[in-house]
Ligand binder design. Structure first.
Ligand code: TPP
Length: 669
């Protein structure tokens, strides 16, 4: 191999050698420990080290890297102590994820590393968000995200590159093309000649490099970094290399023709670089021997220290506590409503429609938080599909009120990247139905990141939801239950204008990921007095909205209005109504009190019956309040079908059409 040192000093060349050798020697040791059963799994990067090490050396230490499972060289070059890494790999509580995550699936703020989730592609868009933060603050920094060639087939690759290109974000996307994605060769992965050719399609530049040449990797990425900062643009790099071992150690390499190993062994990045240094008189055989011996001694010492860990002791309270980030930003007590009755604020009130209350909450939050960014399709000049952000661009500027391409997954990922850099984001899902294409980012990245490695995901996703508007199966769904089932999220669902404003402000102040459901049919049909203050309704507090003696209807969203309408038109039944307001976490005290008030409970929701929240609450009541019941808990929900378009069919679908008969049935029991 012909190395070109350019203007790299002798000292640097030697430093590079040590950096390159270290992960190789660690891996060789790991393979022994794996055979001895001391670690459970190993994804080898042997033969690919020059990419991870070269890339990390080319960046500033405070620039985020998003590495993958074969990139030990990123972690070692960022000087993470091997002892602690070893604790991580053993699943020890003293590792980087308190024993909650495996191998390299963790991040660390101190080292500016955001680790992968197993799904590979989703991390690419996180880099978009990080670089957006740098761009907004006019910092001369980039972020760098790794992907394998297999990962480029995922939709997330496309979305992340497209968003970076459209928004002119200084991100380096680095493809490590090692020939195989598990057993799948490149010929079964893509049809283009080179993956770097894809750059053109996104309107960005790209280059292919020899990934086994550390000097070429380093020099290219250094130059690309300068380019990205200077031109404020992303860049695609394809580094050609080869996976010298199995996908992971247990899976073998039978599917790889043996001549490929012979070929690539000759291109070994460590051996060739070593020979280059020898040939140029920068190292002697004696030096190499000495360096290797010292390094092996260091590795043994680090592993000994890393083995000295206490046994994992599961502490359920800590497990549950670490699900959510603690709140640091708090309002004065006078501006927080944590009662479950009516608001009592100092400022006056004004009559607002539900939609305008949401707008006001968003508007006041934009004024309060200069680091708050809004993202969504058509939300800028157009004002959003429902016009909630109309006029925001002229007041807050296009940098903070961002139109997005139709890339839901990438935008959720970018929101997480912004959070890594201390921003808050409110993303508008144009319709709650479209969350399906951003689902993975929400349930696996946003929801789990704090539990996995202590990083808050300060993101609110607004979800215009619900039926009753004749919009058919894909513009009417109630999909809150999907998210209630996901630990780590918060799910909020206001039914009144005053709650909508206060809960939205609370959601934005909350550093955790909040799914904020707003019912489209309520937007313009419901009005009410709304405090003019900037105030919060506490998340997790239900509201007792009507006192009654016969039946407690526990509900939320449009269900509250259906229940109130029923109560008003059926004075012979004394209806008690509890508006849950937050679905995750649920207000169990308020639920118990509602059961206690009447002994008969009807759970009412617009969502379909099977697997809906009603079933969960009914189970809880059965377990905890059995002695308070005079009748079985009943559920009134929508039909277990998609939401039909025709008004007659939709009316029949909605739970409201069965409310009266369910109340009568419960009364008769
Ligand atoms: C969404 C998803 N599908 C499938 C897998 C299973 N899987 C894990 S790694 C891998 C191969 C990845 O290949 P590549 O991106 O080329 O990276 P490499 O392992 O070669 O470094 C597969 C199929 C996964 N983790 N995530």
């Amino acid at each position: 191999m012909a190395f070109d040192r350019k203007d790299i000093s002798d000292e640097q060349l030697l430093e590079f050698y040590r950096r390159l050798l270290y992960p190789r020697l660690i891996e060789e040791k790991m393979l022994i420990l794996l055979r001895q059963g001391k670690i459970s799994k190993w994804f080898s990067g042997i033969g690919q080290e020059a990419i991870a090490v070269g890339a990390t050396l080319a960046l500033e230490e405070d620039e985020w890297i998003l590495p993958l499972h074969r990139n030990l060289g990123v972690f070692t070059t960022r000087n993470m102590p091997l002892s602690k890494l070893f604790m991580q790999w053993q699943g020890s509580q003293e590792g980087y994820s308190k024993g909650r995550e495996r191998s390299f699936h963790f991040g660390n703020r101190e080292h500016h590393i955001c680790g992968m989730i197993s799904h590979l592609g989703p991390q690419l868009a996180i880099a978009d968000g990080i670089s957006l933060a740098h761009k907004l603050r006019q910092e001369k920094k980039i972020s760098l995200a790794f992907t394998g060639e297999g990962g480029t087939s995922e939709g997330d690759f496309h979305e992340a590159l497209n968003v970076a290109a459209v928004w002119d974000l200084p991100v380096i996307f680095l493809i490590e093309n090692n020939g195989y994605g598990l057993s799948t060769p490149t010929s079964e992965q893509y049809r283009c000649i080179s993956l770097v050719d894809k750059a053109k399609g996104y309107g960005m530049d790209g280059v292919q490099v020899d990934g086994n040449d550390i000097l070429q990797v380093y020099d290219t990425i250094k130059g690309v970094r300068d380019y990205c900062i200077r031109h404020q643009k992303p860049y695609l790099i394809e580094a050609m290399t080869f996976r010298m071992r199995g996908h992971e150690e247990a899976s073998g390499t039978k599917y790889v023709p043996s001549h490929l190993f012979d070929l690539w062994e000759k291109k070994d990045p460590v051996k060739n670089y070593e020979d280059y240094l020898l040939k140029n008189g920068l190292l002697t055989a004696g030096d190499i021997e000495k360096i290797k011996n010292e390094m092996k001694e260091l590795i043994e010492a680090e592993l000994a220290a890393g083995s000295n860990t206490s046994a994992v002791i599961a502490d359920t309270e800590e497990e549950l506590n670490d699900l959510y980030a603690g709140q640091t930003h708090t309002l004065p007590v006078s501006l927080i409503d944590n009662s479950n009755h009516d608001h009592d604020f100092i400022g006056g009130t004004v009559e607002l429609r539900y939609i305008n209350a949401i707008r006001e909450g968003l508007h006041q939050s934009m004024q309060q938080h200069s680091n708050l960014v809004l993202m969504g399709q058509d939300i800028a000049e157009y004002g959003g599909a429902f016009k909630i952000t109309e006029g925001f661009v002229s007041e807050f500027g296009k940098a903070r009120v961002r139109n997005t391409p139709i890339c839901e997954s990438a935008i959720v990922g970018a929101a997480l990247g912004l959070a890594l850099e201390g921003h808050k984001t409110v993303m508008e899902m144009q319709f709650a139905d479209f969350v399906t294409v951003g689902f993975n980012q929400i349930v696996n990245n946003l929801a789990k990141i704090h539990y996995r490695w202590g990083q808050a995901a300060d993101v609110v996703i607004r979800m215009p939801t619900g039926g009753g508007v004749g919009a058919g199966p894909f513009h009417s769904q109630s999909n809150e239950a999907w998210f209630v089932h996901t630990p780590g999220l918060k799910v909020v669902y206001p039914s009144t204008p005053a709650d909508a404003k206060g809960l939205l402000i609370a959601a934005i102040n909350d550093p955790n990921p909040v799914l904020f459901f707003e019912h489209k049919a309520l937007y313009r049909s419901v009005s009410g007095q709304v405090p003019t203050d900037y105030y919060e309704i506490e998340i997790g507090k239900a509201k007792h909205v009507r006192k009654g003696e016969d039946i407690s209807i526990i509900t939320y969203g449009s269900g509250v209005h259906w229940a109130e309408e029923y109560a008003a038109t059926h004075p012979h039944v004394s209806i008690d109504i509890l508006d849950l307001r937050t679905l995750l976490p649920l207000d169990y005290d308020a639920i118990r009190a509602a059961v206690q008030r009447t002994g008969r409970v009807l759970l009412l929701h617009e969502d379909t019956l099977t697997g809906g929240i009603g079933g969960e609450i009914a189970a809880w009541i059965g377990e905890h309040c059995f002695e308070l019941l005079d009748a079985p808990v009943m559920r009134c929900a929508s039909l277990d079908t998609p939401i039909p378009f025709s008004i007659e069919l939709e009316n029949n679908f909605l739970a409201k059409s069965r409310l009266a008969s369910m109340v009568e049935q419960l009364m008769r029991y």
